[in-house]
Design a protein around this ligand. Structure first.
Ligand SMILES: Cc1cc2nc3c(=O)[nH]c(=O)nc-3n(C[C@H](O)[C@H](O)[C@H](O)COP(=O)(O)OP(=O)(O)OC[C@H]3O[C@@H](n4cnc5c(N)ncnc54)[C@H](O)[C@@H]3O)c2cc1C
Length: 503
């Protein structure tokens, strides 16, 4: 520390590596940035759903033009996640407020009226039920807000990011690290397959699950999340779309020993069964996956472990992406986490005029660990309360899943129901899921509560009228193909500032 950063090297050319390169180069154009990646090792090839944090980062923080992004990366819209989870047929997690709202005609928050159907709870769930992308304003124009996340094919996305990085002046080198050289201050060089040794003042480790610098070379301890998250594998596959409508959401379906995603691209549907090898073997998981998805073409198995390294920034190495930690993609949080990590590093470098101080490393590690742990406990709430199936896996999740500090929030909900009055006390200021997220999962899974409020007949009548109004608006909205035709037309202008600055 206290050494000026005049050369920065990023190890890894997946989405983490190129997002880091772009973010740092964008904020520090004078700093030479090199991405070193191995073509033989390649990229992970999964990671296709985002939260709204990713488009906010791309289009607000990096000011990346929406038009060119759509032309090259070909994203599809994701309004949220439809959970086939718990006893209801389904419920919808959205990126804007639905459950955590209050209508003037009703005395209580919306969550209290979701005891029966969880459909048409807000505009996003209305659009999801109708397979629509955006509502129309009174003049028939699309209303496009900042609550649209993306489905993007990983390879398309990385290709787009690589081109963008090169335009900014990032140098990309193909080589493979064979040996990592270090002294007491950290990494001094990377000995490469070509025989060359690469040096830098600061190394960003984006080497994926291998964690070549942080995990392997610096031997940073790994904190496992397995007491909360039991899954350690996924079987992935997909098929070319034929007549299936393009759904504006990810589906997360309960499976015998885990869950299955469905991600929608324009011409392809990708699915993946995330499971625990302690409860099902690979062949049986593959068989269940195929049985429930007969159109699936070839499949492959991806192994992972969930958890995070104790510190993400050690000496002159900062890890970003899968090399820093990993949780399964049930809320598709990894790309958003990468964007936040990139901003933290870039803003730190700007603020210290590239002369790094120990305090920066300490605050980065504090925030980074807290962000990972927040995701862990929120995902825990998904597993602890899913009563859809009675398989040994789900029984174990309900009995043993450790939801950590979410216990307090759940205890409050059990006594009070979907009340939001104590939001600031129950959740950290930085919690990305907020009351909306927790209440969607608790109400959606019909976790029982003891509230004293019984809605009157008049309240139900008001609520059903509100739902009908949502349904009418959603029915008249643009379908996904109509929306795509609109934004691809030569006359189309994206509204300014639709993705607001992150907090
Ligand atoms: C089953 C599954 C599903 C997922 N779904 C989602 C999702 O829906 N949404 C989401 O946000 N995230 C998802 N993720 C996480 C996703 O993988 C990451 O968001 C993202 O792609 C980051 O990958 P990465 O860049 O860290 O690693 P990688 O793509 O693996 O890139 C690693 C890079 O390091 C290079 N490298 C490694 N070792 C060396 C070496 N010795 N020398 C030189 N170069 C080297 C490789 O060549 C590569 O370029 C999923 C992950 C899994 C496992």
């Amino acid at each position: 520390m206290d050494k000026r950063v005049d050369q920065l090297l990023i190890l890894g050319g997946g989405s983490a590596g190129f997002l880091a390169a772009i973010t740092i180069k964008y904020r520090l154009p004078e700093l030479p940035v090199t991405v070193l990646r191995s073509k033989e090792i390649g990229i992970i090839g999964v990671g296709e759903g985002t939260t709204v944090v990713t488009p906010q980062h791309l289009h607000d923080y990096l000011k990346l033009d929406l038009k060119s992004f759509y032309e090259v990366a070909d994203p599809q819209w994701k309004l949220g996640i439809r959970f086939l989870w718990g006893k209801r047929p389904f419920f919808d997690y959205a990126f804007s407020h639905q459950v955590d709202t209050k209508y003037a005609l009703l005395p209580k928050q919306t969550g209290y009226y979701c005891t029966g159907s969880f459909e048409y709870v807000g505009i996003p769930s209305g659009l999801m039920s109708q397979n629509k992308a955006f509502v129309k304003d009174p003049q028939g124009r699309p209303v496009i807000g900042g609550d649209l996340a993306y489905h993007i094919e990983n390879e398309n996305f990385v290709k787009f990011l690589e081109g963008f990085a090169e335009n900014l002046g990032v140098v990309v080198q193909d080589d493979t690290v064979e040996e990592v050289l270090q002294d007491e201050n950290g990494i001094t060089g990377l000995r490469l397959a070509s025989g060359r040794t690469a040096t830098a003042d600061l190394f960003i480790d984006c080497s994926g699950f291998g964690s070549v610098l942080l995990g392997q070379a610096l031997n940073e301890p790994f904190e496992s999340y397995s007491p909360t998250l039991f899954n350690d594998r996924a079987v992935v596959g997909g098929w070319q779309r034929t007549d299936e409508p393009i759904k504006p959401y990810t589906t997360a379906e309960t499976m015998d020993a885990g869950w299955c995603w469905q991600i929608e691209h324009e011409f392809r549907i990708n699915r993946g069964y995330v499971y625990s090898s302690a409860f099902i073997d690979d062949d049986a998981a593959e068989a269940e996956f195929r049985r429930k998805n007969p159109k699936v073409e070839k499949t492959r198995i991806v192994k992972f472990r969930t958890g995070r390294y104790e510190r993400g920034w050690v000496k002159n190495v900062v890890a970003i992406g899968n090399s820093s930690g990993f949780v399964e993609p049930l809320e598709a949080t990894s790309l958003g986490a990468i964007c936040v990590q990139c901003q933290m590093v870039a803003e730190s470098l700007v603020d210290c005029d590239r002369v790094l101080r120990p305090c920066l490393r300490n605050v980065f590690n504090k925030r980074n660990a807290a962000s990972w742990d927040q995701i862990r406990r929120f995902l825990g709430v998904h597993f602890k309360f899913n009563t859809r199936l009675e398989t040994p896996y789900w029984q174990a999740c309900r009995e043993k899943c450790d939801i950590q500090s979410a216990e307090e929030m759940v205890a409050y909900y059990r006594e009070m129901g979907p009340s939001v009055v104590w939001r600031k006390t129950l959740l950290d200021h930085n919690d990305q899921f907020g009351m909306e997220g927790y209440l969607t999962m608790l109400v959606g899974q019909q976790v029982p509560y003891e509230s004293t409020h019984t809605p009157s007949a008049q309240e139900w009548d008001h609520w059903h009228k509100i739902q009908q109004a949502i349904k009418n608006k959603a029915t008249a909205a643009y379908t996904v193909p109509e929306g795509l035709a609109l934004v691809r037309s030569p006359k189309w202008q994206w509204p300014a500032g639709i993705y607001k600055q992150m907090g």
